[in-house]
Design a binder for this molecule. Structure first.
Ligand code: CS2
Length: 497
C-alpha cells in the first residue's frame, strides 16, 4: 500500500471508505444517543456497540446511538484518540474460516469523565438517555462478592461521598445524574444495564448503588427503587486485548490507519432479562435473546466458558503456552478442560431448552482453538484471584455438596498459586496482572501461598472437614508442581499416576 493511498479512519466518509471495510449502513449524522455506556474497552466495542450498529442499520431507528464514557484515569489516552476519530473504529471478526472487517458507527460521542465530570453527569441525566450500561469489570462494582456487600470503606467511595464535584467511582457520577433524573419523576426513569461477567450482575449493581446512595442521599433510594431497573444479563464474545496486530492488519488490507481497531471471534451472544424501565431497542431483531430469568444462561456461561479459561489458563501458562489456541490443542490440556466441563461443571447446571449444553461445550472447545484471534493466556489469567472466587468457588461449593471429585479443582487452585510466582516451567518470567493482590501481598505470601486461600471469603477461619481436605490436596498438588513442573505433573495426573 503506497503512502498516498493511506487514510486515517477519522477522515473516512461513506464515499471514501474502501467497500471491503463496510461503512455503517445508516446516516451517522442523524444518530442521537439513547444509551450511555461506561467502559469503552475492547469488549464493549466488539459486542454491544456492534449489536447497536446492526440494529440501526437494520431498522433505521437512529435514536439508539451510544455515548461512550470512560472514568478510569488510565483510559484517557485511548479515549482521546477515539474521540478524535469521532467514535469510529474498525472491528475485525475472525475465525479459522472467516475474516470480516467493518467500521462501527454506533458510538456517537466519547467522553473521558475526569476531564469534565459535569458534562458526563449532564449526559447521564438527559431523559433521552434511556439506558445506562456498563462494562467496568468485577473491580469496578466495589462489591465484595462473597460477603455480598458493598465496599463502603473503599477510599474511592469515601472520596466520592465528600467530593461530589470530582467523582472517582461510577456511583459518584450516578448519584448526581439520578438526583437530576428524580426531579422528573417517572419521566426520569432509566435502565441500568450491567454487561460484566459477574454472577447476577444486575442484582449486584442495584445492591451496590443503593448501598452507596444510602450514605450519599437516602432520600433518593425510593425513587431509584421504583423508577430504575437493573436487568441481569449474560454477555459473550471472546475479545483478546486489542493490540497493534489488529491495527496493522486493517492497514494492510484496506490502507486505513486505526489506532482503536479491535479484533474478536465471530461468535456472539447476549441474553438479557426483559426489564427495561424506559423502553429499549428491539434488539431481538439482531439476535439478542430476551428472557425473564437469565440465571441458567449466565451460570452455564460463567462455569463452562470462563471456568474453563481458568482451568487451562494457569496450567497452560506455566507449561509455556502464551496463546489459548495453542494450549487447547495440547491433548493433555484438552482432556483436562473436557473433563472439567463434563464431570465437574455440567452436572451443576440446569438444562436450557435453547442452549443445549453438550453442543455448547463442543463449540467452546472450537472457540478456544480459534488461531486467528490468538487469544492471550496472560489475559485469561489476569485478575485470576477475583475470577477464581467468582467463577470457580460456586462450582467447587456445588461439587463438594454433591460429594463429587474435586481433584481437578484442587489442581486449578494449586496452579493459580504457583502462577503467582511469576515463573513458568522453563524458568522464564511470566507477566502477571492481579488487581486484587498487591505486589506486597504476593511477596509476603511467597513462602506460604496457601495463606492466600485461608481467608474468610474462600476457606474461612475454621474450614470444615471437606474444605480442610481440599486445602491439603491443593498443598500436595502445589508441591508436585514445584518439584516436577506443572506440565509433567498434569500429564501424570491425567494418566492416573
Ligand atoms: C475471560 C473472558 O478473562 C476472562 O475472564 O474468560 O474475558 C471471556 O473471554 C469472555 O467472558 C467471553 O465472553
Amino acid at each position: 500500500m503506497s503512502q498516498s493511498n493511506v487514510l486515517a479512519i477519522a477522515e473516512l466518509t461513506a464515499d471514501t471508505c474502501p467497500p471491503a471495510l463496510h461503512w455503517p449502513a445508516y446516516n451517522r449524522s442523524d444518530v442521537v444517543p439513547g444509551i450511555a455506556h461506561i467502559g469503552v474497552g475492547g469488549f464493549h466495542r466488539a459486542h454491544q456497540a456492534l449489536y447497536l450498529d446492526d440494529y440501526m442499520a437494520r431498522t433505521g431507528e437512529l435514536n439508539w446511538g451510544i455515548c461512550g464514557i470512560g472514568i478510569r484515569p488510565a483510559d484517557k489516552g485511548f479515549l482521546d484518540t477515539l474521540a478524535r476519530q469521532h467514535g469510529l473504529y474498525t472491528l475485525t471478526e475472525k475465525d479459522d474460516d472467516v475474516i470480516r472487517d467493518r467500521v462501527i458507527g454506533s458510538l456517537t460521542d466519547v467522553l473521558f469523565a475526569p476531564d469534565d465530570p459535569q458534562r458526563v453527569v449532564d449526559t447521564l441525566a438527559q431523559p433521552g438517555i434511556r439506558i445506562i450500561s456498563t462494562t467496568i469489570t468485577e473491580g469496578g462494582y466495589l462489591y465484595d462478592f462473597e460477603q455480598q456487600r458493598f465496599f463502603h470503606d473503599h477510599p474511592d467511595v469515601q472520596h466520592d461521598l465528600s467530593n461530589r464535584e470530582q467523582p472517582k467511582t461510577i456511583y459518584g457520577y450516578l448519584w448526581q445524574a439520578l438526583e437530576a433524573r428524580s426531579k422528573l419523576g417517572a419521566g426520569g426513569a432509566v435502565t441500568l444495564l450491567s454487561c460484566d461477567n459477574v454472577p447476577h450482575n444486575g442484582d449486584v449493581f442495584r445492591k451496590a448503588l443503593l448501598s452507596f446512595l444510602e450514605q450519599a442521599d437516602a432520600t433518593l433510594c425510593d425513587w431509584v427503587s421504583s423508577q430504575v431497573s437493573f436487568p441481569n444479563s449474560m454477555v459473550d464474545r471472546i475479545t483478546p486485548a486489542p493490540g497493534v496486530a489488529d491495527q496493522q492488519a486493517v492497514l494492510k488490507r484496506h490502507g486505513v490507519v486505526d489506532p482503536c481497531a479491535v479484533g474478536a471471534e465471530t461468535f456472539i451472544q447476549w441474553v438479557i432479562e426483559d426489564n427495561f424501565k424506559a423502553g429499549r431497542p428491539a434488539l431481538e431483531q439482531v439476535g439478542v435473546q430476551f428472557t425473564s430469568d437469565v440465571s441458567p444462561y449466565e451460570t452455564a456461561k460463567l462455569r463452562l466458558l470462563n471456568g474453563s479459561h481458568l482451568m487451562m489458563g494457569f496450567i497452560g501458562y506455566l507449561a509455556g503456552y502464551t496463546r489459548v489456541d495453542n494450549a487447547i490443542k495440547d491433548p493433555v490440556i484438552l482432556q483436562l478442560v473436557e473433563d472439567y466441563m463434563t464431570l465437574d461443571a455440567a452436572p451443576t447446571l440446569t438444562p436450557i431448552a435453547d442452549m443445549p449444553l453438550d453442543a455448547y461445550q463442543r463449540q467452546l472447545i472450537e472457540r478456544f482453538g480459534n488461531s486467528k484471534i490468538a487469544d492471550q493466556q496472560q489475559r485469561i489469567c489476569s485478575d485470576g484471584y477475583a475470577k477464581l472466587k467468582n467463577y470457580l468457588m460456586p462450582v467447587l461449593a456445588d461439587v463438594m455438596a454433591a460429594g463429587g471429585d474435586t481433584s481437578r479443582l484442587s489442581l486449578l487452585f494449586a496452579s493459580f498459586l504457583k502462577y503467582l510466582d511469576g515463573v513458568n516451567d522453563a524458568g522464564e518470567p511470566m507477566p502477571i496482572i492481579e488487581f486484587n493482590l498487591s505486589e506486597a501481598q504476593r511477596e509476603a505470601s511467597s513462602a506460604d501461598r496457601l495463606s492466600l486461600l485461608k481467608v474468610d471469603a474462600l476457606f474461612g477461619e475454621r474450614p470444615d472437614d471437606n474444605r480442610t481436605r481440599f486445602l491439603e490436596d491443593v498443598a500436595s498438588h502445589l508441591a508436585g508442581i514445584r518439584s516436577r513442573g506443572a506440565y509433567v505433573y498434569l500429564q501424570r495426573m491425567m494418566q492416573g499416576g
